[in-house]
Design a protein around this ligand. Structure first.
Ligand SMILES: Nc1ncnc2c1ncn2[C@@H]1O[C@H](COP(=O)(O)OP(=O)(O)OP(=O)(O)O)[C@@H](O)[C@H]1O
Length: 513
């Protein structure tokens, strides 16, 4: 068992392992990365931070062989390398855990774990694959995951953990984690931190891309900050605070949301004894217009499933959902949408955006009925509305940009922005609304959500992030293993929420407060 490292006993970083010098990459007229330098040392957890579009993923893609630099050099263990594809990067000792998952849902966990592992060719006997998979999972403390389980039966968070286990199991010298905890609960994130510390303690270097600045400062030894394609800071974490880090990222001080308490609106949305077998047990809620409700729970708590059910995505939904006194036919996303329920899921890739279409088209695709007069939309009006919505959401890319070419965080802003501001929408549902979004974009999205509530919408969202729950929600419903633990209106502490989400009992009832 590797020793657990705490900030007090982090070893001094070892010899230099990776050197990126003058890396540059352009896409058409966009200079994504302009001359970036970065040094990774053995035994070091090194964060790469920057707001959406700063160039982090492009650096990651160059170091993992998915893109070739237009200029600059990559040196690994003293040798200059040309990484032509992911396989050659793997051969040079670089393993990547992707921002968008690359595990294969149709295969078992074990098959996914050995997938792409060049050392595993001889292993293809079922029992050996299984025992190797078991070992890889155990190294991350994932004893609850069965290697024979088909990956599609796991939630998004657990799939991410499998992908991390695969990268770690390849004994890479350099492990890159691109927003590994964006979809994970706090408990699962802790498992990742543990694993990252073990990998670094074993002498590898970890490059850790994250928007969660608290975790960056706690976990990482150094932080490199990018802004507009350039490296603007390279600082030891011990010399940084969250605010100082934000100033490096944005070039300005952070803004905070001024949350007004919710007015007591009419009961608009009623959930009466709703349940989905194997996901969550019976729950009821009278949701008022103008109020933001959070469903808070770890991955597997059922919180996200409640949202999916209300959005009509769970055919086996039991009980009754009514909106404005009328029953919404359950199990049909189309009838939920017709009734006025808009849903932005946590998985924008498969359930959301038209990646090959422009930002402008994506923002307004669902608003055509609103904008049309006599079946036609005037070009000027279309353009003005696009510009207005893009500005409201803080999207700084040109409207003609293909959404597939945007950074992950900017895609999320388009995704949320598209659901807002529609006159036919009465209930807005957001699953992890700021997943992968930087601090500036996060403030934009939180403001948009609060404004939607002030305009009289019911807002339901699910999140695993305590800060987001406390900043954004008027009412927090905590869930654990498919059951509601408690409902809080008004002030509640992060300790209480965390206790309920992890223990499944109310902190008061559990005798600990
Ligand atoms: N394939 C591409 N084609 C065109 N432009 C691109 C492409 N990939 C990235 N870009 C642009 O390059 C810039 C840097 O993007 P990148 O994805 O590296 O940022 P990021 O820092 O990783 O952002 P995020 O935190 O949102 O993931 C952005 O302006 C982005 O729109």
């Amino acid at each position: 068992m590797q020793p657990r490292l705490t900030p007090g006993n982090v070893p001094p970083a070892g010899p230099e392992l990776v050197r990126l010098e003058g890396l540059r990459r352009t896409y058409g007229d966009t200079v994504a990365v302009r001359g970036a330098d970065l040094v990774l040392r053995r035994g070091e957890v090194h964060a790469l931070c920057g707001h959406n579009g700063a160039g982090k993923s492009t650096v990651v893609r160059m170091l993992s062989g998915q893109e070739t630099p237009d200029a600059g050099t990559i040196t690994i263990a003293g040798e200059q390398v040309r990484l032509r594809n992911r396989r050659s990067a793997q051969a040079a000792g670089v393993a990547l855990v992707d921002q968008e998952l690359s595990v294969v849902p149709a295969l078992t966990v074990a098959e996914n774990l050995v997938l792409g592992d060049q050392a595993a060719g001889w292993l293809y006997r079922r029992r050996q694959v299984r025992s190797r998979a078991r070992k890889m999972l155990d190294e991350l403390g994932l004893d609850h995951i069965d290697p024979y389980q088909q990956l599609s039966t796991l939630g998004l968070g657990e799939r991410q953990l499998v992908e991390i286990a695969r990268a770690f199991g390849q004994h890479a010298q350099v492990v890159i984690l691109d927003e590994p905890t964006a979809t994970l609960s706090d408990v699962e994130s802790e498992r990742v931190y543990d694993a990252v510390r073990r990998v670094a303690a074993a002498g590898s270097a970890v490059l850790f891309v994250s928007h969660r600045l608290g975790e960056v400062l706690e976990l990482c030894d150094r932080v490199t900050v990018m802004r507009d394609g350039a490296v603007v800071a390279d600082v030891a974490s011990a010399d940084l605070t969250v605010n100082a880090l934000i100033r490096h990222m944005l070039g300005e001080a952070p803004t905070t949301l001024d949350k007004q308490p919710a007015a007591d609106g009419e009961i608009a949305l009623r959930l009466i004894d709703v349940a989905v077998p194997h996901r969550f047990e019976s729950l009821s809620l009278d949701a008022r217009a103008g109020t933001v409700y959070a469903f808070a729970g770890q991955v597997g708590s059922g919180a996200a499933d409640v949202l999916r059910a209300v959005a009509g995505l769970e055919p086996s939904l039991r009980g009754r959902v009514s909106l404005g006194g009328r029953r919404v036919s359950s199990g049909s996303p189309a009838s939920a949408a017709r009734a006025g329920i808009a849903f932005a899921s946590g998985d924008r890739k498969s359930e959301g955006l038209f990646l090959s279409r422009s930002v402008g088209v994506n923002l307004l695709a669902t608003r055509i009925p609103d904008l049309a007069t006599g079946g036609l939309v005037r070009r000027g009006r279309w353009r003005r509305t696009q510009q207005q919505v893009a500005a409201e959401c803080g999207i700084d890319a040109p409207l003609a940009t293909r959404v597939g070419d945007l950074s992950g965080g900017n895609q999320q802003k388009v995704f949320v922005g598209r659901a807002l501001g529609r006159s036919d929408v009465k209930v807005l549902i957001l699953d992890e609304p700021t997943r992968g979004v930087d601090v500036g974009g996060r403030a934009n999205i939180h403001q948009l959500v609060r404004r939607a509530a002030e305009d009289g919408l019911v807002v339901l969202f699910a999140s695993t992030e305590l800060d987001e729950l406390l900043d954004l929600a008027d009412v927090v419903v905590t869930m654990h293993k498919g059951r509601v633990v408690a409902q809080h209106r008004g002030e509640v502490s992060d300790d209480t929420l965390l206790y309920e989400m992890t223990h499944g009992t109310s902190a008061m009832v559990g005798g600990r407060q």
